[in-house]
Design a protein around this ligand. Structure first.
Ligand SMILES: NC(=O)N[C@@H](CC(=O)O)C(=O)O
Ligand SMILES: [Zn+2]
Ligand SMILES: [Zn+2]
Length: 433
């Protein structure tokens, strides 16, 4: 669906990002073919007037869960990709912890075909690192890469054995593919459901220490240096991890890292009762950890924002912190939350946020996105940055309503999302009713 290449004229576009200008954007067959003033197009070409709005390159999220096939009561490629479009994203990369895990050539080929057929945005795919995510048997990296996966990840499960991780890195390196790690030592995590510390003690809940993440990250960075793989660290949550990545980058290791909106905005002290909307993996950490991941994102140690959009059913997120599933949705709240809390408060500029949510993730993974320029794909977001609204799951396309941000007042409402020149979201669709 995202492959329908359309013609379109956007008038009076105030473009922000790596390119900054105000003018018209002409789109022909899904590609930006002219930028200028008073551009003309053939009669009948659809036209959008973006006066008063802000236009930027479509957002890129390298870490989403679409649950399709197998858990389609939580999300589908159709609903997840529409949620992405509603959030201003035009390219996402889906994790392979679906049912069954696409760990054979036919299964991954079917997944790629399904993504292309059913997604309204560009949906790329992470292949699993090992059969079934939990085994030590590597998938066929060369065959999977040839079929078109972006890279390899067992997200949801840490690779427990160093020998397996080292072999996986060597295999990914051999086919020039990145490896994205869900970093978690299961012996340290034990039965933890939130961050270990005074808040967990107060609530009487079992905790998982920072070292659940950082000790395995130290191992992985050592192995990444030895193998030369592009190692991507998923959802970094601790101050120790930020320090390790800063050190590895200084030493020339090919490492990139992501941080989620929730780890930037929330801490364990925000968990005041038994509310599973605050339960995710890795967990919300301490104030010092949150300040460290913010500093890491600002100084480039953490390269990019990724949502880790993890939709669940009401039933799976019901119950208690002990029993509920890990994970929260993020696609439809990420930009407005970060724009409101970081850009409007002056901690970050809008171009910096767009870089971390579009241009940098695109360039890190060689994705054709992140710019508004002639010859480039017409993947664009038109946003109203001036009208406040309240986060309301009734407006969402995602089947998942599991979020701790419901009820927050934010700025940054998507007016239109354009993928290859096609209007895949327009505000009237969902909100202007
Ligand atoms: N983040 C989560 O808490 N859950 C993710 C898995 C993951 O990202 O590790 C999920 O698939 O639900
Ligand atoms: Zn994960
Ligand atoms: Zn994830």
């Amino acid at each position: 669906m995202a492959n329908e290449k359309k013609n379109l004229l956007i008038k009076n576009a105030a473009v922000v990002g790596p390119e900054s200008f105000t003018g018209d954007i002409r789109i022909t067959n899904g590609v930006i073919t002219a930028i200028g003033t008073d551009l003309t197009v053939p009669v009948g070409t659809p036209t959008i007037d973006a006066a008063g709005q802000t236009v930027f390159p479509g957002l890129v999220d390298v870490h989403v869960h679409f649950r399709d096939p197998g858990q389609t009561d939580k999300e589908t490629i159709a609903t997840g990709s529409r949620a992405a479009a509603h959030g201003g994203f035009t390219t996402v990369v889906a994790m392979p912890n679906v049912t069954p895990v696409p760990d054979e050539e036919e299964k991954i080929a079917a997944q790629l075909a399904k993504n292309a057929a059913e997604s309204v945005v560009h949906t790329r795919q992470w292949a699993p690192i090992t059969d079934g995510l939990r085994s030590d048997q590597l998938v066929n990296d060369a065959a999977f890469k040839r079929l078109g996966v972006l890279g390899f990840s067992n997200d949801g499960v840490g690779v427990q054995h160093a020998r397996t991780m080292m072999a996986a890195m060597a295999a990914a390196r051999a086919v020039d593919a990145p490896l994205a790690a869900h970093i978690e030592d299961e012996s340290l995590r034990a039965d933890g459901v939130m961050n270990a510390g005074p808040v967990a003690d107060q609530l009487g809940l079992p905790g998982m220490p920072n070292q659940t993440e950082s000790s395995q990250l130290a191992r992985d960075l050592d192995l990444a240096a030895a193998t030369g793989v592009h190692y991507h660290a998923c959802h970094i949550s601790t101050r120790q991890s930020v320090a390790l990545i800063r050190q590895a980058k200084a030493a020339g290791v090919h490492v990139t890292a992501e941080v989620t909106p929730h780890h930037l905005l929330l801490e364990d002290s925000d968990i005041t009762g038994d509310d599973p909307n605050f339960k995710m993996n890795p967990p919300l950490r301490s104030h010092a950890d949150r300040l460290a991941v913010i500093a890491g994102l600002l100084d480039g140690t953490l390269d990019m924002v990724a949502t880790d959009h993890a939709p669940h059913t009401v039933a799976d997120k019901g119950g208690t912190m002990r029993t509920a599933a890990f994970g929260i949705v993020g696609l439809e709240t990420a930009f407005p939350l970060l724009y409101t809390r970081f850009v409007r408060t002056g901690q970050m500029t809008l171009p910096q946020l767009i870089a971390r949510m579009s241009t940098i993730p695109a360039s890190a993974f060689g994705l054709p996105a992140g710019h508004v320029q002639v010859g480039g794909p017409a993947d664009l977001t038109i946003m109203d940055l001036n009208t406040p609204y309240t986060i309301d799951p009734a407006t969402w396309f995602s089947k998942g309503k599991n979020s701790p941000f419901i009820g927050e007042q934010v700025y940054g409402r998507t007016v239109a999302t354009i993928v290859s020149g096609a209007l895949v979201y327009a505000a009237a669709q969902k909100e202007g009713r």
